[in-house]
Design a binder for this molecule. Sequence first.
Ligand code: ADP
Ligand code: MG
Length: 694
Amino acid sequence: MQNTLIQYLKGIGPKRAKSFQSRGVSTIEDLLYYFPRRYEDRTNFARISELKVGQIYTIKAKIISGGQRNSWRRRSFSISEVSVTDGSGKLSCIWFNQPYMKEYLKLGNSMILYGKIELYNDKLQMNNPEFEFIEDDLSSPDSLNIGRIVPIYTLPKGFSQRSIRSLIKNALDEFLPKINDVLPYDLRSRNNLLNLAQSLLNIHFPQDELYQKQAHTRLSFEEFFIFQFLLVLRKLNRKQKEGIAHRASGKLVDDFLSSLPFKLTAAQEKVFSEIKMNMSSPQAMQRLLQGDVGSGKTVVATLSCLVAIQNGHQAAIMAPTEILARQHFNKIKSQLSGLNFSGRKLRVGLLVGQDKDKEKIYQDVKSGKIDLLIGTHSLLQEDLSFKCLSFIVIDEQHKFGVGQRALLPKKGNNPDVLIMTATPIPRTLAITLYGDLDISVINQLPMGRIPIKTLLFSSEGEKKAYQIAKEELNYGHQAYIIYPVIEESYALDIAGAKKMFSHLKETEFKDFRLGLIHGKLKAKEQEETMSKFKNKELDLLVSTTILEVGIDISNATCMIIASAERFGLSQLHQLRGRIGRGSFQSYCLLISDGQTDESKMRLKAMASSTDGFYIAEEDLKIRGPGEFFGNRQHGLAELRIADPITQMQLLKKAREEAIKLLEQDPKLESRADQLLKSKLLERFPEYEKLMLVG
Ligand code: ADP
Ligand code: MG
């Protein structure tokens, strides 16, 4: 019954149903789980006479004057301004460039306003406040929208806060009495969790703050629990699958190690032995390798591929972009060029999509002629098959979707899988979020690296940054300048890579050779520019974040990042990892006029540390996990209200409960677990397969 489509609710036609669908809501159940973005306590409103600058308030007031004008600076830019009063004082409210506001702002209308108070020309002001009109008619008390803690939703197109509130209220009234709890009763009472009906009611229309909290806890627990249940189940399943047992030691690995111009760091040694341990057991490996940019993950991955190859099997490395795949290919091919295996040279292949000799590669992979295949997601193409694929590396795993990642192993018979990421995740969090994987960490950079100097500049100090870059170029080193966008944006007042390339070429850097690279250029053009830069035919590369992962050019010693406040902390750290890869001092120069506290915190963290794990923790604190991991991260997309950082204890409890349940009733056969089972089957089709194997 909760599977009923929302079209059948009163007040929802095909159009509204569609706009809800684009927010992931198609059934009544989805609607009940469409949680508010925040709440407003409308039992008491702040009085205008008591407002303090810098604080956020909800007030209720009436429009007494106002109108709309165009900006004197830019004609097309509109400014809507009204003055409101609640009897205690006056406040001015301004909306920038929202011309449709004119329709709404009628004298005498009452509204609820939510926003931060600022001081402008000695007067109190709210800029771009959120607002809602209310009927001021006291004879019709408006119990959903006033006089209570009121939910504020992210609005699908065609809805107002009021209309979505009444829609959800109606759905709750109709369906809550019939709703069954997915969490078994015992589990709920052990953990003091509110029941589902109460929780859904109070997450939307809280009776009071305490109930809202309990509802939030219960629903978060549910999310964590289902998420952990699947992770643990997946891990248990894998343990039962028969994989390939490799012989770990052999001449090929030894030859490669002695051919390297360096010794492995202790951390690399440790991780390689962890991998060898997995590879030599018949259980299929699923290991996550975390290590900061430049910590030497790729070398370890190559070694592991050689273990597979010296057992007469094949290995594959999948990278998220063509540039990276080629870079891996070139580097690994040359590293392996001196090695012999059973009387012949090793054969490394590249597959990136538009290969002319694709058919030939396919044949050679199928016949086993290619020992190691490196490529992009073109490795996932259906008609590509291996003779005996026993080891897989997935580089920069967060760039692939879960589905994509799961495909490659299907090309072998339960091959060992190494997943690599240069986005370090704090340890405790990693264990819970990647509860189905084993985890290895390289927490040490190779010797002889000089820490990168990171300096902050305002846009006024831009010239100083250019100066440092020019000095580096004059030494014969190379540099990058990164812009957040390709085309400049006037509205946001940020420069773009394309224009700046032409500009810098004629001004600041006219004595140097410049290249431009961004995502709208053809792969081939990107490729050419990259290889020119690599061959030192270019001094300065103007780029967007396409440069982000894995580019390895040790002669590049300087990176300028423009509008640095536009980037996330982890992203900045990733970008910075493109320099400091050689034995020279490198400089990362951040240019920003970013005003918000958050952006200041980020840039400060960047300037104060080069430790990826520290940066990751700061980033998590500042942004929260959703943003941090991106939407495509497995499982996390399912977390709508649960937050692994602030609710760590709850997450741990949920994991323990999931493990307990899987021990007691692995196939969910008991009566108490039936609802949970059908919920899992419904939400996660993959669950059925896991159940069958288990
Ligand atoms: P990651 O993949 O973690 O970003 P790479 O494996 O690409 O790091 O290594 C970065 C650079 O450091 C490469 O040029 C690599 O050859 C070199 N390198 C790797 N391990 C060591 C080591 N133990 N000592 C010195 N240099 C190393
Ligand atoms: Mg790498």
